[in-house]
Every structure is written in C-alpha cells, then in structure tokens.
Design a protein around this ligand. Structure first.
Ligand code: NAD
Length: 257
C-alpha cells in the first residue's frame, strides 16, 4: 500500500518565526504541505520561509497578532487566497512571562490568556469553515506541561489548561466533519522562551538546561524538532483515528506515581 500523502493541503502555523513553530513549519513543508507562516512581524518570518523555499517547499509569511480578531480574519483569508484553503492548523504562538500572582496586572493576565487561548479560538474559528468544506481537517494546539500547574505563571498555566478543554471540545464537536483536534504538551524545549526564563532567574542557560535535564527521565531537554515530529504525525492522513488527545512530549510521564 502506498503511504497516503498530503497532496495539495495547506497548513497554518502560528508563532512560526522561530523556535518550536519554525521547526513545525519546516517539518510540515517537508511533509508536502504549503505553509502559511504567521507571526507578529513579517520580517521575522523570512528565515522560516527561506528555509522552506530552499528545500523546494512552498510558504508565505503573514503578519498577525493571534489575539487580534481583525488581523486573524485577514491573515487566514490571505493564506487561503495565496496557498489554497487551509485544512491543517497548528496553534503554536505563545508567551509566558513570569509574575507573582499578587503582582500580576490585569493587563498581563489578559495578554497571556489572549495570545495562548483566545488566539487559538480566533484562528480555529476562522480556519474551520475551510476544513468543513473539505470534509477533512487537522488541528494541533500547543499546550504545555504547565497545564497541570505552574508555580511561576498562574496565567500561563491557566491558559494552557484551557487549551486542553478547548481541544477536547473541538474533537467532540468537529469529528463528524472529518476533523481531528489534539494538543501537544511540551516539557522543557530549547528556545528563546526557555532562554528568557534562564535570564529572568539570573542563570547561565547551559546550567539551567543541565539542571532541567537532570530531572527528566530520558536525561536530556527537548529540541524544537522533537515537537515537530509529533505535530507531523498528528496532522498526517494516518492519524485520523487519534483525536481529543493530549500528547506529553516531555521526556517522561507527567504522572510519576
Ligand atoms: P518562542 O518564544 O521561541 O516563540 C514563540 C513565537 O510566537 C515567536 O516567534 C513570537 O514572535 C510568536 N508570538 C508571540 N506572541 C504572538 C502573537 N500575539 N501573535 C503571533 N505570534 C506571536 O517560544 P517557543 O518555545 O518556540 O514556544 C512555542 C509554543 O510552545 C508556545 O505556545 C509555548 O507556550 C509552548 N511551549 C514551549 C515550551 C518550551 O520549553 N519552549 C514548553 C511548553 C510549551
């Protein structure tokens, strides 16, 4: 039997200028998808788009703040017009600043939940009609191990837990249209986000990374490509019977018993 391929499908990956999102975008392009690369600034997406193009893939950069309804609507319309109707969506854009609860401004709460939870809602609502029309779709939401609790970031932990409820609800509501929805919950992954955490804690990144690796069962931290491999499977034609699942990609189980 020949392996089913993506054919002419189009994917949207948010927060794909760098880090995990960039790795996911490159991997999905390698898998044969045209990729709409969304991030805050178009210029920041050049590296991702050029890497895809130099491997013979097809990508376009579209600037949008995922928490801005008007910008999201325009970005999805532009990607549909330039690359074809999107049937794969990876809601990856995220921010995770630290603040003690008692010092956390309402603006920070709104911003963190806005990017991490409202953003995926806006994107999914805008992309879903294309998936329903195609009778096929794949949604992957980037949650986090912080969904089970994050002592340093109650806003981030709440948004990432909310994404799990969102994912399961999407799976229940959209399955009859041939659409699956799953979440990836990464553990420690090398990126600007974890580099910023080390800086805020006043730690050298290599030391921070070594300490993290010591508490991870497989003895290392994650790389963006670890997440990209998992996303590649979840959006593949072969993953059509996997839906409503939370895949912890964290080098070990969350429940240590
Ligand atoms: P990163 O900071 O390296 O990249 C995040 C990207 O999202 C950046 O390109 C940024 O410009 C973009 N972005 C931020 N706000 C945006 C907005 N409003 N609209 C559009 N784009 C926006 O972070 P990363 O480590 O690659 O994280 C990617 C995702 O994985 C995030 O959702 C994050 O919460 C999640 N995650 C990361 C880790 C980790 O250890 N790195 C662990 C668990 C979950």
């Amino acid at each position: 039997m020949t392996r089913p391929t993506h054919g002419q499908h189009t994917a949207i990956v948010t927060g794909a200028a760098r880090g995990i999102g960039a790795a996911v975008a490159r991997r999905l392009a390698h898998d044969g998808l045209a990729v709409g690369v969304i991030d805050l600034n178009e210029a920041d997406c050049v590296g991702t788009v050029e890497a895809i193009a130099s491997n013979g893939g097809s990508a376009t950069a579209v600037p949008a703040d995922v928490s801005d309804e008007t910008a999201v609507t325009a970005a999805v319309a532009r990607i549909a017009a330039e690359l074809g109707p999107p049937t794969v969506l990876v809601n990856n854009a995220g921010i995770g600043p630290r603040a003690e609860l008692v010092e956390m401004s309402t603006q920070q709460w709104d911003m963190v939940t806005g990017v991490n939870l409202r953003g995926p809602f806006l994107l999914t609502r805008a992309v879903c009609p294309h998936m329903i029309a195609a009778g096929w779709g794949r949604i992957v939401n980037m949650s986090s191990i912080s969904a089970v609790g994050d002592a340093a970031r109650v806003d981030y932990g709440s948004a990432k837990a909310g994404l799990i409820g969102f994912t399961k609800s999407l799976a229940l509501q959209l399955g009859r249209h041939g659409i699956t929805a799953n979440a990836i919950a990464p553990g420690f992954v090398v990126s600007d986000m974890t580099r910023a955490s080390a800086r805020r804690l006043g730690l050298d990144f290599e030391e921070y990374r070594r300490n993290a690796a010591n508490s991870i069962p497989v003895g290392r931290v994650g790389e963006p490509e670890d997440i990209a491999h998992t996303a590649s499977f979840l959006v593949s034609p072969e993953a059509g019977f996997v839906s409503g699942q939370i895949i912890y990609v964290a080098g070990g189980p969350m429940d240590r018993g």
